[in-house]
Design a protein around this ligand. Structure first.
Ligand code: HXC
Length: 256
């Protein structure tokens, strides 16, 4: 099942299929897409966290046994369904965090890469082993891994299928921080509280602007950034944020 728990403005989505290392079959991937689509439109959910049930795995990839039976058209649909999940994580107007509590392989690593931030437990293992199955990362990993790290490192992981540990992932910029396994969820919730205290409008526009950094026309993207910046001056949160600074107090953002 795909669990949903709400904690202080954060919506925690848990892929819960421990008998298969939280690998995603059709039922679970469709349920994940529904959850993410709901949360994208849910103003109560200020931050969305994606994690896996148990202590072994975040998501050990797409379900290989399910994929064995796919024909070309089925594989195309399967790829697109994963892309829909990734696109929701990458573009929903609020921060998304992957809490990597173990194996994040193949499609698991790809969904994590679609999130805005990645926190890993010290025992996490990341990689794109699809090449060992005679395929390639089909949920955005070929591209997002290169964007998150470097083209050369992405080629190494995608072409060799090598798994890396949390520390190497940190060195490479693939994750933002590494925590002891027992502390991962507390640290994730701490980050959620930090983010939930910001203006949700400013967060949404800031995410939109940074998402433009590695795509499209640079001049046009700079113009979009200038427009998004200016639009925030129509919000109460901008007035409050700047007044709070001048009055030497903490701001209270209301999302207006
Ligand atoms: C289906 C999986 C699975 C997966 C694990 N399981 N990963 N089933 N699909 N991706 C199942 C195993 O078959 C096994 O079921 C149970 O989970 C426990 O796994 P074990 O292998 O016994 O555990 P362990 O020895 O600890 O090894 C853990 C592991 C290994 C390193 C994560 O399971 C593994 O290498 N899994 C495959 C990882 C992978 O290749 N992922 C990429 C998939 S391709 P039984 O019934 O035997 O107990 C992909 C493409 C995405 O993600 C893009 C699509 C378009």
């Amino acid at each position: 099942m795909i669990g949903l728990e709400r904690r202080e403005g954060a919506a925690i989505v848990t892929v819960d299929r421990p008998e298969a290392m939280n690998a995603l079959d059709l039922e679970h991937l469709e349920a994940l897409r529904e959850r993410l689509a709901e949360l994208a439109a849910d103003a109560e959910a200020r931050v969305v966290v994606l994690t896996g049930a148990g202590e072994k795995a975040f998501v050990a990839g797409a379900d290989i046994k399910y994929m064995q039976g796919l024909d070309v058209l089925g594989a195309r649909r399967w790829g697109e369904l994963g892309h829909e999940c990734g696109n929701l994580l990458e573009t929903m107007p609020k921060p998304t965090i992957a809490a990597l509590n173990g194996f994040a392989l193949g499609g698991g690593c790809e969904l994590a890469l679609a999130c805005d931030l990645r926190l890993a437990s010290a025992n996490a293992r990341l990689g794109q082993p699809e090449i060992n199955l005679g395929v390639l990362p089909g949920w955005g990993g070929s591209l997002r891994l290169a964007r998150a790290t470097t083209l050369g490192f992405a080629k190494e992981l995608v072409l060799t299928g090598r798994q890396i540990g949390a520390e190497e992932a940190l060195e490479r910029g693939l994750v933002n921080a590494v925590h002891e396994p027992g502390e991962l969820m507390d640290k994730t919730l701490e980050l959620c509280r930090t983010l939930a205290a910001k203006s949700p409008l400013a967060l949404a526009y800031a995410k939109e602007a940074v998402n433009l950094a590695l795509q499209g026309d640079h001049r046009a993207n700079l113009a979009t950034e200038a427009r998004l910046f200016a639009m925030l001056f129509a919000t109460e949160d901008q007035t409050e944020g700047m007044a709070a600074f001048a009055e030497k107090r903490q701001p209270e953002f209301r999302g207006r």
